[in-house]
Ligand binder design. Structure first.
Ligand SMILES: [Zn+2]
Length: 365
């Protein structure tokens, strides 16, 4: 890790905690209308980004926030784990809690009964020690687990959509069926920065995304979840491509490999590519013309709709025969179509070999 990216990462943690501070003002008045046993001055001022139904009913300290939502309340005490478990069990508001640098070893945050696991959306567990934690089905959406230690933890079925997963330790973590969403937090931010032409920021964010996907891939591989590992590998290589300079051979190659076979993870893309190649070649034969027993076959304005359709079907047949390098010899290419045929035959045999490799790789896992 370079110094440059390290300092940028510290900044991004800072900006992560900013929204909760800036909401203090917006929150001040609406609590008066909330029906609650506590007077407005006593209730925690936590304001959930998704609205009032997620407000916190804990009594507030001097800062205006309860212990869990107060960013400045230290969570490094020895009994924080027990307190958090009790808070969760009593139905406390777990959304948006700030539990940085806490000792949460063996913490049990598994909610039994209907309605899914605990909702820890927008929660911040920066650098918390969550070794051997039980977090089955928990929801960490939009939150942060930056540099948290999830060694040996069980996050089976947990949701991490738009969650900051940078530097999270995933050794021996049970990550089956986790949900990370289509794009990572850093990935989405990187795209925004790229659109705003802030390339330095974008490159750093893409680099972080690559790192996160690599960690996720390694963790899935370690548990033999190869379908998930394959998906993360594809994302990891895509993130690496995003860091390459535009219009470089390297980037073009990477994009081509992705399109052809999804970095070796998608046999269906090879089939799709084959069909497109066969169709395009058939159109080219139809335009340039081929021969059957000395008679030209191809587009002709003299033939009607039916005649041209018949000619195209013959070109399609010739295209399949060339793609598979069968070469019956009933139809032959002439003129320019010989160039098309040579290219198609070469690409075809290569594509079939590629399909076998990708397919076997997928199936033998
Ligand atoms: Zn609160």
């Amino acid at each position: 890790m370079s110094n440059r990216s390290d300092s940028a990462r510290v900044e991004s943690t800072k900006s992560f905690s900013e929204p909760s501070l800036s909401m203090e003002n917006a929150d001040g008045h609406h609590h008066e209308s909330t029906p609650s046993q506590l007077s407005p001055s006593q209730a925690c001022q936590y304001c959930d980004p998704e609205g009032e139904q997620h407000s916190c009913h804990e009594s507030a300290g001097e800062s205006g926030y309860c212990f869990w939502h107060d960013e400045n309340a230290s969570k490094d005490g020895p009994d924080v784990k027990e307190k958090l478990e009790a808070f969760a069990k009593d139905g406390g508001q777990l959304r948006g809690i700030i539990v940085k640098r806490a000792d949460l070893r063996d913490v049990n945050l598994v909610k039994h009964g209907p309605g899914g696991g605990y909702d820890l959306s927008y929660a911040n567990f920066y650098r918390s020690n969550m070794t051997s934690a039980h977090l089955f089905n928990a929801k960490f959406d939009h939150g942060s687990l930056m540099k948290a230690d999830l060694h040996d933890a069980n996050v089976h079925c947990a949701s991490f959509i738009n969650c900051n997963l940078l530097g999270v330790k995933l050794t021996d973590t049970k990550i089956d069926n986790i949900k990370v969403g289509h794009t990572l937090q850093q990935e989405a931010e990187g795209k925004i920065a790229e659109r705003a032409k802030d390339m330095e920021k974008a490159l750093d964010l893409y680099e972080q995304s690559e790192e996160i996907y690599r960690d996720l891939r390694k963790a899935s591989e370690a548990h033999g979840i190869f379908t998930m590992a394959g998906y993360f590998l594809q994302k990891e290589l895509t993130m690496r491509r995003c860091q390459m300079p535009y219009f470089s051979t390297q980037r073009a190659m990477s994009k081509t490999v992705d399109l052809f076979c999804g970095y070796g993870e998608s046999p269906i893309r090879v089939i799709f590519f084959s069909l497109v190649l066969i169709l395009i070649s058939a159109i080219l034969y139809f335009v340039t013309g081929i021969q059957y027993a000395g008679d030209p076959v191809g587009y002709s304005s003299e033939l009607g709709m039916g005649g041209n359709a018949q000619a195209f079907a013959e070109c399609l047949y010739y295209s399949v025969v060339t793609f598979t390098t069968l070469g019956y010899g009933d139809y032959i290419p002439v003129g320019m179509s010989r160039l098309v045929a040579a290219t198609e035959a070469f690409t075809g045999s290569f594509t079939i070999a590629l399909f076998v490799v990708v397919f076997v790789k997928k199936m033998t896992r």
